[in-house]
Design a protein around this ligand. Structure first.
Ligand code: PLP
Length: 482
């Protein structure tokens, strides 16, 4: 199968998901089993003697697969895209086959050097400022997740400011973000030892599609400075998890720079879109940032895990994360001739993840990847139009990328009843096992349904499907489905 697909790779890039869909019509995308199901199906302990491969694969088919939610299904519209590809899959196979652990340059020079090169390639595709490239003080690194990226950035920022103001000031450090920021920032604060009262979660502005208003940030920073606290970290978003909102990076960055704060930009999902010139504007202002992350494993056809983090000053990472035990020392590291990625992350060991990103970039090429993103956004636009044209539904926030937030409209202005109906619809759709969408709640408490368009499917069909459930649950007029 792999050989055939390689020969017709570009063809399969477009058709792969359709084929998958056709082959798997009978497989439930969304697992409907009950918690603990596997405990009853598998023995209590590992076998003393080997089972056969046939036995194991039979169990995979009959016991494991029924409990799998198929993230690669074209009917998966929940959470965020996590699109894998043949090229990424091949890169992963190679990496697993080589089985290296590339924590320092000497442990496998190609792993480190390819990672540096591929991160530079992608920085150039994103048109990131030169300071993020490896030629100067900056550079990129592959982390396992965006959560790790923000944690690494915050730890580097914390240590940097503590070197300036003294270690005892930890209790005075303040972090700023909007209430739409992903919860990974809160987790980073917890791990970095930031006092919970010093995490400023500022209310996003609903009139601007839930972005962080610079004036609100400035007010909060000024208040904290007056109180003798030390503003040190600002986290901004390009593509929030709930609604795909884009914070005004340039204005926020100015405030951060003026106040000597570390400015981190999280573009975990939407960053991939910014390789297209027409979407690059959404990271305008990134030149004011100290660090920037996006997940190639979300929307750039690179199998999980592959979260990309760039910093302008790599010494901030190495000063925070370096360790130098005797057993890891070697001439190249001691002479400072090489990058040792162990000093840019939490763990010591690391996989050869750049191989899969490299293969994605080489086997598809930038133009194909751009068109792939454009196609998803086009499909989302169609879905958005269909929803907008229907008096029973409304689009809740302006769409920028491939995420559409919509809901059934309230009847008689009854918002509570409207939330109940939308929740009922969501549950009916998802419990069918054939389609998976999720919900979010806006700051005024209204519930909307979230549809991440990231696959090759006729979006009109999705809407019909949603209608069907709306009719069946009695949420819409009964004639609507017909
Ligand atoms: N940041 C944003 C904007 C996200 O949407 C997500 C995931 O939904 C994350 C961070 C966390 O990503 P990860 O699962 O890679 O830690």
């Amino acid at each position: 199968i792999v050989r055939v697909r390689l020969e017709k790779l570009s063809y399969f890039l477009n058709k792969f998901e359709a084929l998958w869909f056709m082959h798997n019509l009978d497989i439930l995308l969304f697992s409907l089993i009950q918690p603990g199901y596997l405990h009853n199906l598998l023995p209590d302990s590992a076998p003393d003697h080997p089972d056969t491969l046939e036995q194991v694969l039979e169990d995979v088919k009959t016991k494991i697969l029924p409990g799998v939610t198929h993230w690669q299904s074209p009917s998966f519209f929940a959470f965020y895209p996590s699109n894998s590809s043949v090229a990424g899959f091949l890169g992963d196979i190679l990496s697993t086959g080589l089985g290296i652990v590339g924590f320092s340059w000497i442990t496998s020079p190609a792993a480190t050097e390819l990672e540096i090169i591929v991160l530079d390639w992608l920085a150039k595709l994103l048109n990131l400022p030169e300071q993020f490239l490896s030629e100067g003080n900056g550079g990129g690194v592959i982390q396992g997740s965006a959560s790790e990226s923000v944690h690494v950035a915050m730890t580097a920022a914390r240590d940097k400011v503590l070197r300036r103001v003294g270690k005892n000031a930890l209790g005075k450090l303040v972090v700023y973000s909007s209430d739409q920021t992903h919860s990974s920032l809160q987790k980073a604060c917890q791990i970095a030892g930031i006092h919970p009262e010093n995490c400023r979660v500022l209310k996003a502005d609903s009139s601007t599609n839930y972005t962080l208003r610079p004036e609100l940030l400035q007010e909060a920073v000024s208040r904290d400075l007056e109180a003798g606290l030390i503003p040190f970290f600002l986290g901004a978003n390009v593509g929030t998890t709930s609604s795909g909102a884009v914070d005004p990076l340039a204005s926020l960055g100015k405030i951060a720079n003026r106040n000597e704060m570390w400015f981190h930009v999280d573009a975990a999902y939407a960053g991939s879109a910014c390789i297209c010139p027409e979407y690059r504007q959404y990271i305008d202002g990134v030149e004011t940032a100290d660090s920037f992350n996006m997940n190639a494993h979300k929307w750039l056809l690179t199998n999980f895990d592959c979260s990309l983090l760039w910093v302008k000053d790599q010494s901030t990472l190495t000063e925070a994360f370096s360790t130098n035990p005797e057993y890891l020392q070697n001439k190249a590291s001691q002479a400072n001739l090489v990058v040792d990625y162990k000093d840019w992350q939490i763990a010591l060991s690391r996989r050869f993840r750049s191989l899969k990103l490299w293969m994605v970039l080489r086997l598809y090429g930038a133009e194909t990847l751009k068109n792939y993103i454009r196609n998803h956004i086009k499909l989302a636009t169609v879905f958005e139009q269909l929803v907008s044209q229907d008096p029973n539904f409304e689009v809740i926030t302006p769409r920028i990328f491939s995420l559409v937030c919509f809901r059934m409209v309230p009847v008689d202005n009854d918002e509570k009843k409207c939330n109940d109906r939308n929740r009922e619809l969501l549950e009916a759709v998802n419990s069918s096992g054939k389609l998976f969408i999720i919900h979010t709640v806006s700051t005024n408490n209204s519930l909307s349904l979230s549809f991440f368009c990231s696959s090759f499917i006729l979006v009109g069909n999705v809407l019909i499907y949603i209608y069907r459930f709306a009719s069946e649950t009695g949420s819409l007029g009964e004639n609507l489905f017909t």
